[in-house]
Design a protein around this ligand. Sequence first.
Ligand code: 4AD
Ligand code: MG
Length: 464
Amino acid sequence: AHTPVVDILKGQHDEGATVTVKGWVRTRRDSKAGLSFIALHDGSCFDPIQVIALNSLENYQQVQKLTTGCSIAVTGTVKASEGKGQALEIDAAEIDITGWVENPDTYPMAAKRHSVEFLREHAHLRARTNVIGAVTRIRNCLSQAIHRFFHERGYFWISTPIVTASDCEGAGEMFRVSTLDMLNLPKDDKGQVDFSQDFFGKEAFLTVSGQLNVETFACAMSKVYTFGPTFRAENSNTSRHLAEFWMIEPEVAFADLSDIAQLAEEMLKYVFKAVLEERADDMAFFAQRINKEAISRLEKVIGQDFVRMDYTDAIDILQKSGKKFEFPVAWGVDLSSEHERYLAEEHVGAPIIMQNYPKDIKAFYMRINDDNKTVAAMDVLAPGIGEIIGGSQREERLDVFDRRLEEMGLDKEDYSWYRDLRRYGTVPHSGFGLGFERLVAYVTGMQNVRDVIPFPRAPGSASY
Ligand code: 4AD
Ligand code: MG
């Protein structure tokens, strides 16, 4: 068995112990004194381990040909490092060369700084870099912390379907799932496409949100959440939109808007704390290389109450800001990312919970407030990225819900199962969706969500 680099660097093996480590060469440097220093990484932590290879090694000539990206297995003894920067290193007794890099001059992941755009074009190799390795460990840490947060509070994780017949957000941004021959679509008597001949017997899509499905479980299991992939066919070529992204959606029975806002605040603080405690190594890297406030801003956010603000007050603040926005501000408009960022970055300087949006810019399921103009919605807006969470209290009153459907020109028949929840033991309930990639981008300071998911899907790009 071999030892992960992280175990050695954490001091789990005494000096003098014999270990075997396996991984990839990041750099090799030869000294005049007849020895070589190899930085070996295996992904288990941010730092590589230094391997000292003496010219007495039987295959030293080969070792001197090692280049960035070669895979090796090293057996040797753990010893205190004389060099500065790290405490422990390995004196190699044996180095097995597992895989060479053919033609090192053209190896794409040469040990130097690459642009994120370049790395995106090499998504199959980019996990070998410092930056993507660090993002990957943070992403893992955040998703484990999210599951732990809900588990500790008695929530059940519900697997909601990826293939669906409903458009949760009503925005018509769905990818169709079909086995039909698109060039020869079957037509009915009226000349419409006849989806009854399709695989599912009707039109089917990739889900944009697990919310409607998870609501049915909240109205039985009380506290539930989904965590899965969601899909949006919105043609947004921005640094915060993906066509395939992951979403965390808690849904709680007998909870109102303020309960769910509180849950969002507690969850975010919990996961921020987890990354600071568990991934200090990677966070130090992000603070040094990507955003110098990466650590300090999380520490600050953990220690203070989130500001809650009404949409109506936000419009006022934006109008009085004296700023020239690309999208003009008026009551009733949806907040654009520049508005959100102004409020979170310049006005408050921390995440904001924005509440009570106009009903006309929000989805059909949100609960109408007494003013009959706004809905019990809440978004969490974060500096640097804008909206990371969207949520609401759901309309649980059947008569009000039916009126809303009619107002929006939606067909009652299509929502019969959703209406059943309002007919049989209806309860106030609320939930939200946290965009996982936006969370990872906020935590790391990475500028583009395409660099925080292993294989990004965006308009015009679905390689691999
Ligand atoms: O605000 P959204 O559209 O809300 C919903 O889908 C609700 N059904 C959630 C719920 O109440 N259960 O999306 C929720 C979050 C956004 O705040 C954003 O963080 C993220 O999902 N998101 C995206 N992330 C990356 N790429 C996209 N195209 C995204 N669209 C939304
Ligand atoms: Mg939203």
